[in-house]
Design a protein around this ligand. Sequence first.
Ligand code: ADP
Ligand code: ASP
Ligand code: MG
Length: 421
Amino acid sequence: MARIVVKFGGTSVATVERIRQAARHVKREVEAGNEVAVVVSAMSGKTNELVGWVNEASALHDAREYDAVVASGEQVTAGLMAIVLSEMGIQSRSFAGWQVPIHTDDSHGAARIVDIDPTELDKRMKDGWVPVITGFQGISPNGRITTLGRGGSDTSAVAVAAAVKADRCDIYTDVDGVYTTDPRIVPKAQRLTKISFEEMLEMASLGAKVLMIRSVEMAMAHKVRLTVRSSFADPDAPQVAPDGTPGVPGTLVCDEEEIVEKQIVSGVTLAKAEAKITLRDVKDNPGVAANIFGTLADQGIIVDMIVQNIADDGATTDITFTVPDSEYDKAIKTLKDAGDRIEYARISGSKGGAKVSVVGVGMRSHAGVASSMFKALADKGINIQLITTSEIKTSVLIDEQYAELAVRALHTYYGLDKKDA
Ligand code: ADP
Ligand code: ASP
Ligand code: MG
């Protein structure tokens, strides 16, 4: 017997029929003698609709009311899932975030889970109940409803798994695991049997939205065994692990030590809509970068890649960085307004960039990955605008129109294409 937390994403609960299909996966686990808790997302498209309504009501809305509205999607699916499970003969009830309770901080719209009280969930599961918990939401110290940021139900699931000391957290989605790259862009992408937490963290932060970054961080910190699998698979089919033995299908996200064959490159990711901004002839003094990026941070603008040139003349330098396209106008205005304090000669930039990255723990011990990546892109005539690296990834910023071409080229170059495709 195991204790399992299962999470169903938006497409897995898109209709009542889909909820019924998801519930059959829960039933199978219960019938195998396991204790199960369920975490659900809103029906796919619902959260976008709710966000749209809030913005229509007022562009300058109170973030606490935004959360009150957008958290409601999960409440619908939690109730429906509990109804469907009960109809199948499984004792079940829904829990909104505040009923568990899932305590968060008060950063509305991007709240962090601080603590989950496992008492009630624990008791229910021991008594043979299946609690169904709303993903994506919690309660602030002031007793207001909070949401965790888009894709946040993954984080809810991992946090619940850690709180109830689950043996496993299964993330059911519309793909049957984590792939070498987004299978919707590259049909030749291959499913990974295992991926390390570190690689998954990089992939999630570089654009692979299959898991929310924070959920991977949390799984890594609390040593939660995390799998990504498909809710579209036949619930009654034999449960076979990717290596053919009985077990959990899909991809296991685990410690690096559990992975025997370490790939140099495990995956390729893509993040579109990246804008580039350059400040020219910035005074080359201590504190200048802190000033620029502090000013942007004060406005809540998240900066990604940063490149600073050597000061050729010993007095001034150029600094280039990227922000999401959606933040471009605000970032330009913020820096223009702060022109007196920051002391630069000119500001320029453009939207419509794409960040393409290759990720792999093998890069730690293999030289030359960056150069081979640049060569593969050059062979396709793709110009590189910015480069950043870390121990296990290399990222480049390119023109968005070449994004898919670049991802496909790199996927092939590093031998990741499915053999029979
Ligand atoms: P859910 O609604 O279940 O949370 P998401 O849409 O958030 O599902 O995430 C699943 C999607 O992530 C897939 O449909 C796929 O297009 C996308 N994706 C991006 N990169 C990858 C990858 N490397 N492996 C698998 N899926 C990926
Ligand atoms: N429903 C929320 C969203 O669309 C949370 C989630 O699906 O994980 O972002
Ligand atoms: Mg998701």
